[in-house]
Design a protein around this ligand. Structure first.
Ligand code: BGC
Length: 766
């Protein structure tokens, strides 16, 4: 098999990362080719039971510990004995080479180690957190950031990432919502595919490619109460309709590994779940890569309560379909005995080892186990350009109220001669990296304060800065300085939000407000009458209705990565536009959670223009709360541009179609709308297509995203935006649990978000 080595020096990563990745091979599970399988089998034939179990044993290096109960100690001896297949949390060439020398130089069969790491939103060059970058709806951008991260990681010997996290999340209390692409399975699938293509590049045999790992399989995002690691109860239909599709997309894109989750699904731990791991993943989807457990998830089968001892936990894990045991230290210990006693068939063990070996073989690790030890770069270098673009595209402008007739943003040097910058996140480099910051360094971050200071100096503006309070602060001693700075300024920019580690793993919150006394600080500044631009940094949507009403402009920045400051300043001053649209609904209060746009209608919705017999506006007996609205503060898909767009009526090319011909793949519906930039400047719109199916055998969501397009339009320009709907878009899991298109009424919106637009109707006949 040919090996393609990318000649990309550290720190000199090419600007080609800003270009579309068009010359890429179509994804395929090349790692399952007959040739590689035969090589893996030849090796298997020479292995002892202990060596086989060893390939399924993954240990953490002591340098970084990302879970509980890590046993420091005998890694070196185990590696030399051929009893370790993979290591996680080694991030430098020096360390990976050292371990590799023990495996390749000293173990009997010289099988190289596979090094894995959580490269989640960059390796050294940190991009926005995944939830942020998902707001770009730009799959090409996602792919380029993943590719860039793969190049950086692979240079250190890290050839496997524990990403992408493709868990659909409908509950922002769950801290890990920050790591995924939000609440929608269609968008989540497109983004899952983009990550896999970016990480795995043109093929695993390229030395700059790293194996992706779709995680956490499955339903982890449905944790009850948003409480981390919690139980999930998900019907099979919802599992297949909502939580599984992004994993399917990753598998179809050729993902090399999948990680089994911590949670239980309907009473069965995900890491002992034969239905999901074997039936769905292997039998139905024909997944040929390997399944890695999450950290000690096989051991935790005991804690869940379906095994009373380690041996049973190991047996249940392997038989359900978990191939590799991450830091649970059970497979190495128990599998040989389990096979000897006949409790685990030899063929199941062989299958797991074969899958692992094939990945190692396709990476070329046997021929090239070591990497050159590169000098640690002083700066991420050209990655900054890509990081800045990614940050700009992920910013979501939620409010932009007019001041003297024109929206406050973008600012101009004259509208903001005197600027106050206030808040605990204005100058906090470490927080800009967000969770899972990998090899990112706070010193690489250009903060908002420093970028704004440069801009002010260049354009003769006066900038006064006051921190005001701490992120979790309770003291008001800094308020006076902040109020004074605002009073003396024409505009006050407030940088508020959560700390970078208030989201991510083990970081669920029961409240969704601005932590500490930040809202009080905001109130004090708003009282001065100086217009406020509020920038919220967070790993989840926060419920801040007061801020939304009182800030003149409200910009969601997530955690933007190393180019936070330049991206924000360029956007504030209109050199670029806020490119993002929400990929999660923003609740008004925590009591509304879970709130997501693609919900079922219920029998008593508050309002429904389409359903016959729905309650009239003002009816008392309707779905919702006495003390809170039913709608979110901002709906999925929402985000303002610096210009305005109008949409024509939706034009389908037929008013009738037959379900049968769609099911047979013989018919598709073309549908389009004219989108016009009616505002004063060029801009990018994210045109969204939603459907609703009525008259079906099971209730379908009030809207479902089935297409989207980023469209750049010059001021005044109009363009027809077309979509095509076929089986993939229109089929659903029906009453008989068949994924089919049924005769029904199809409503189609082409709209700027999930709450606006007028649908066209098409009848789907038998
Ligand atoms: C997390 C995974 C992560 C793994 C390795 C676990 O605690 O749930 O997402 O990949 O640790 O760091």
């Amino acid at each position: 098999m040919p090996r393609r080595f990318a000649v990309l020096p550290v720190g000199g990563l090419s600007l080609a990362f800003l270009m579309p990745l068009c010359a890429r091979a179509e994804p395929s599970a090349a790692f399952a080719s007959p040739g590689l399988t035969a090589r893996a089998d030849a090796l298997l034939a020479r292995m002892t039971l202990e060596e086989k179990a060893g390939q399924l044993n993954q240990l953490s290096a002591a340098t970084l510990i990302t879970g509980p109960g890590h046993e420091a100690g005998n890694n070196d001896e185990l590696i030399k004995g051929g009893l370790v297949g993979a290591i996680l949390n080694s991030a430098t060439a020096h360390e990976t080479n050292a371990y590799q020398k023990e495996a390749v130089g000293q173990s009997r069969l010289r099988i190289p180690i596979l090094f894995g790491l959580d490269v989640i939103h960059g390796f050294r060059t940190l991009f926005p957190i995944p939830l942020g970058i998902s707001a770009s709806w730009d799959t090409g951008l996602v792919e380029r950031t993943a590719r860039f991260a793969a190049v950086e990681a692979s240079q250190q010997g890290v050839r496997w990432t524990f990403g992408p996290m493709v868990d659909i999340a409908r509950d922002p209390r769950w801290g890990r919502i920050a790591e995924g692409a939000g609440e929608d399975p269609w968008l989540g699938s497109a983004i899952a595919r983009a990550y896999v293509l970016g990480y795995q590049g043109s093929g695993l045999d390229d030395s700059s490619s790293i194996v992706a790992c779709a995680k956490h399989f499955v339903g982890y995002g449905a944790a009850e109460g948003g409480r981390e690691y919690n139980t999930t109860e998900v019907s099979e239909r919802t599992l297949r309709q909502v939580y599984l599709p992004p994993f399917r997309a990753a598998v179809d894109a050729g993902v090399g590994s999948v990680m089994s989750a911590f949670n239980s699904i309907n009473g069965v731990p995900a890491s002992a779940n034969a239905l999901t791991l074997t039936q769905v993943l292997r039998r139905e989807w024909k997944f040929e890569g390997f399944v890695d457990s999450d950290w000690a998830a096989v051991r935790e089968i005991m804690v869940h309560g379906i095994a009373n001892d380690e041996r049973t936990a190991a047996r249940k894990g392997i038989l359900a379909g978990v191939d590799m045991d991450m830091e649970g230290r059970l497979y190495g210990k128990e599998l040989p005995g389990l096979v000897r006693s006949g409790d685990v068939p030899m063929e199941r063990l062989n299958e797991a080892v074969r899958r692992v070996l094939r990945i190692k073989l396709s990476l070329g690790l046997f021929e090239h186990p070591y990497v050159q030890e590169p000098a640690v770069p002083a700066d991420p270098g050209e990655g900054r350009v890509l990081a800045r673009r990614a940050a700009e595209e992920s910013l979501v402008l939620l409010e932009n109220r007019p001041l003297k007739g024109a929206p406050l943003l973008p600012l101009s040097a004259s509208s903001g001669k005197r600027i106050a910058l206030i808040g605990p996140l204005a100058d906090s480099a470490a927080d800009m990296l967000g969770s899972w910051s990998c090899e990112g360094r706070p010193r690489d971050v250009v903060t908002l304060r420093s970028a704004l200071a440069d801009r002010a100096a260049a354009e003769g503006m006066t900038l006064s800065y006051a921190k005001g309070t701490d992120i979790e602060g309770g003291s008001e001693t800094g308020f006076a300085g902040a109020v004074e700075a605002a009073r003396q300024s024409q505009v006050a920019i407030l940088a508020l939000g959560e700390s970078g580690h208030s989201s991510g793993e083990a970081s669920s919150r029961s409240r969704l407000d601005l932590p500490g006394n930040q809202e009080e600080l905001l109130e004090a500044v708003v009282k001065t009458g100086t217009p406020v631009v509020l920038i919220v940094f967070s790993g989840r949507p926060l419920a801040t209705p007061w801020a939304a009403r009182h800030a003149q402009a409200l910009l969601l920045a997530w955690f933007p990565g190393i180019e936070a400051g330049p991206a924000l300043v360029r956007t504030l001053f209109g050199d670029s536009e806020p490119g993002g649209r929400l990929t999660v609904s923003v609740p008004r209060s925590v009591g509304q959670v879970p709130i997501y746009y693609n919900a079922l209608n219920s029998g008593r919705p508050r309002a429904d223009p389409v359903a016959a017999g729905a309650p009239k506006p003002g009816d008392h007996y309707v779905n919702g709360y006495l003390d809170e609205e039913s709608t979110p503060l901002y709906p999925f898909g929402h985000g303002l541009a610096y210009t305005d767009f109008s949409y024509s009526a939706v034009h389908p090319d037929a008013t009738q179609m037959s379900a049968r011909s769609i099911n047979e793949g013989k018919a598709r519906l073309s549908v389009g709308a004219d989108v016009r930039n009616t505002g004063p400047r060029d801009g990018t719109e994210i045109v969204q297509l939603y459907i609703r199916l009525r008259g079906t055998s099971v209730a379908r969501p009030v809207r479902e995203l089935k297409g989207f397009r980023r469209v750049r339009l010059a001021a005044g320009e109009a363009r027809r935006v077309d979509f095509s709907l076929g089986r993939d878009e229109l089929a659903f899991w029906n009453i008989d649990m068949k994924n089919v298109v049924e005769p029904c009424s199809l409503y189609i919106w082409i709209a700027p978000d999930s709450a606006r637009g007028t649908p066209a109707r098409v009848d789907i006949t038998p």
